[in-house]
Structure formats: structure tokens, C-alpha cells
Design a binder for this molecule. Structure first.
Ligand code: UDP
Ligand code: MG
Length: 339
């Protein structure tokens, strides 16, 4: 599936619009102050564009919660969604998108790895008429070689498997128009791979290269375990090819066994060393067992996901909405919406 890239009707920038900036935060006490400073500074340069800052406190266990509360008390543009526990980055991004009122919505990390200033270029593209402006990392200083290599391999592998073209080296730092945001809100799946979902939606998308900075302070909240889950979500949510893999593997093993069978028969009929077949037997049994377990595992992953979807639980539980106009966000995702 090709993404459409030609621009459409430009946005009328003599009109006042609203930009929502979504910032997922999990234990970010070390950076949050500086991030807010940079974001506020960024907002002073905007023309005909109001801003709302939507922070998602993803069950932080440090001072992040207290700090966000204090900042929100000072500035009426601040809104905070406090999760009842840690639901993970992709769900936090989803909650932010759900709660945003803006004509355009930007998702940005809390650790200043995505420089806020790049949003000016994103806004310019949006005003030209693009619906999605996604940040593509041209440089990633300060990341381990292991992370760079695995990320690179992962995105290429994912594109081989997936039917949707998911842009390479692209994270969740992106601007989305209201039309795209509304389409995302209509997607209720729970294993969320937001960047893939945005590609799937379509509209006019364009990439914007930027230099990814080092984390300003604190540690990555994506240990290997979470990265692995994230990669598996990406593959299984956007491809059923792993299921076909079982057929391929089965055929391969069957043809190998065929050779084995012919060999065993040959020994049995034409020689007298046929009792010595124990090793071959063991290898065949172990190998077949292994392949079968892999295939059952793949099936299990998909079935587990079906089970998860069928339960129809809400995607996240909000403990408190703070700083939203009137009763709360216009859009809140309730279980009833999934009916
Ligand atoms: N994050 C989150 N929930 C989590 C893990 C991370 O909201 O369970 C946020 C985190 O606060 C940051 C963003 O997601 O704003 C990206 O996380 P991080 O910088 O740790 O990931 P990395 O850049 O190392 O991939
Ligand atoms: Mg980071």
C-alpha cells in the first residue's frame, strides 16, 4: 500500500487554530522541568495558534505526579491525565490523542530527545495541507550500538512482513491533523503500535528529517523486555505472515524427513546395519518437536491477542483528569464506545 504524498488544500493560517501537544511521562522527574521550559518557550513563537499541553502521567512512582500538579496549577494551558497505574508508552500516547481538542496534535517524548523546535517545521507542513508529518531520525547520538542495530533491523524486517508501508527509523514524534486523530480514535484494538496505525489510516503523509538528541536526563524507560514486547506487537498487529511461516516450516521439515525415510528404508532393505538408526531417530524426533512447538507458539500469540480483544476492557483507567475545560476532555474512551 502506497502512502499518498501530494499536498491538498492549505490551512487558512489567518484563522486562530489550536495545537495539542501530547507528552507521555513515566518517572520523568529529572527532565520534566526542563521539558516544560522548552515547550513554553516554543509556544511563545507561534502565530495564530493556541496551544494546550496534555501530559499523561503513566503511573509514575517518583515526583513526576507532584510536579505536574504544580505546573498545571500555574498555567491554564496545562492538562494532565493521571493513569491509575503504568499502562505503557503506546497506551499513554493513545490517551493523549483521545483527550486532545486540537485541530492538530503532536506527540512528543518527555525526555527532550525530540527537540520541540522541530514542531515549527511540522506546523508549516500541516499548514501546507499535509495530514501527518512524521519525524524521521537522521541521527541518533547517545544511543547504544545495540539499540541502533536492533531498531534498524526491526523496521526493515517489519516492512518485509507488513502489508502497510511503515516508514523506517520513525518514532511517535509526529503531527497529526484532526481527521487523522478522529480515525485513530475509531480504532479500538488493544495491542497498539501507534506509528503503524497512523500509516494504516492513510491521508497525506510526509516525512521530516530531524536529529534526535540525547536523553536530557534520567534513564530510558524502555528496557530490553519492553522493547521486545513492542517489536512483537508491531509484527503481530500488522501481519499474519508468521502464521504462514508455520506452513513453510512444515513443508521444509517434511521434505527433509522424506530424505530420511528413503535413507532408513535403504539401510533396512539393502544393508544389515539398520539397528543403528537410533541417532537419526532422536534427531528427527527432537527437530520435529522443536518445529511443532514454534508453530504452536506462533498460533498461541495470535490466540492470546484474540482473547485480549474479546474481553473488551477499556484501554486504560484514568484516576483523574486535571485542568481540562469543563467536565473533562471532550473525548474520553469509555467501554461503551467499543460496542
Ligand atoms: N513512557 C511512558 N510509559 C512507559 C515508558 C515510557 O509514558 O511505560 C514515556 C517516557 O516517559 C518518554 C517516552 O515514553 O516520554 C519514551 O520513553 P523513553 O525515552 O524511556 O524511551 P527511549 O527514547 O529510550 O526509546
Ligand atoms: Mg527517550
Amino acid at each position: 500500500m502506497e502512502l499518498r504524498t501530494s499536498p491538498t488544500t492549505p490551512i487558512d493560517d489567518s484563522q486562530q487554530h489550536l495545537l495539542s501537544i501530547v507528552i507521555p511521562c513515566f518517572n520523568e522527574e529529572a527532565v520534566i522541568g526542563e521539558t516544560i521550559k522548552r515547550l513554553k518557550e516554543f509556544a511563545t513563537h507561534l502565530v495564530n495558534l493556541d496551544v494546550e499541553f496534555i501530559f499523561i502521567d503513566d503511573g509514575s512512582r517518583d515526583q513526576t505526579t507532584t510536579l505536574l500538579r504544580a505546573y498545571a496549577a500555574e498555567d491554564s494551558r496545562f492538562r494532565v491525565v493521571f493513569f491509575a497505574r503504568n499502562f505503557g508508552h503506546q497506551i499513554a500516547v493513545t490517551a493523549g490523542i483521545d483527550a486532545a481538542h486540537g485541530d492538530a496534535v503532536v506527540v512528543i517524548d518527555a525526555d527532550l530527545q525530540d527537540p520541540p523546535e522541530v514542531m515549527h517545521e511540522m506546523i508549516a507542513k500541516w499548514r501546507e495541507g499535509y495530514d501527518v508529518v512524521y519525524g524521521t531520525r537522521t541521527e541518533r547520538p547517545g544511543e547504544s550500538l545495540f539499540k541502533l542495530a536492533t531498531a534498524r533491523t526491526f523496521y526493515r524486517f517489519l516492512n518485509k512482513l507488513s502489508d502497510v508501508a511503515i516508514p523506517l527509523d520513525t518514532g511517535d514524534f509526529r503531527l497529526m491533523s484532526r481527521a487523522v486523530v478522529d480515525s485513530l480514535r475509531a480504532m479500538p484494538e488493544r495491542d497498539r503500535f501507534v506509528r503503524g496505525m497512523v500509516s494504516w489510516v492513510g491521508f497525506k503523509q510526509i516525512k521530516l528529517g530531524y536529529k534526535r538528541a540525547e536523553r536530557f536526563a534520567g534513564e530510558s524507560k524502555y528496557p530490553l523486555r519492553k522493547m521486545l514486547k513492542f517489536a512483537i506487537d508491531g509484527i503481530l498487529s500488522f501481519s499474519t505472515k508468521p502464521l504462514q511461516l508455520s506452513i513453510g516450516l512444515g513443508l521444509l521439515v517434511a521434505s527433509i524427513s522424506l530424505v530420511g525415510i528413503v535413507y532408513a528404508l535403504y539401510l533396512r532393505i539393502f544393508t544389515d546395519i539398520w539397528v543403528a538408526g537410533w541417532t537419526t531417530l532422536m534427531i528427527a524426533v527432537l527437530f520435529l518437536g522443536g518445529v511443532q512447538l514454534i508453530c504452536v507458539g506462533i498460533l498461541g500469540e495470535y490466540i492470546g491477542r484474540i482473547y485480549n480483544e474479546v474481553k473488551r476492557r477499556p484501554l486504560y483507567v484514568v484516576q483523574e483528569y486535571l485542568g481540562f475545560p469543563e467536565k473533562g476532555p471532550i473525548y474520553s474512551r469509555s467501554p461503551a464506545e467499543h460496542q
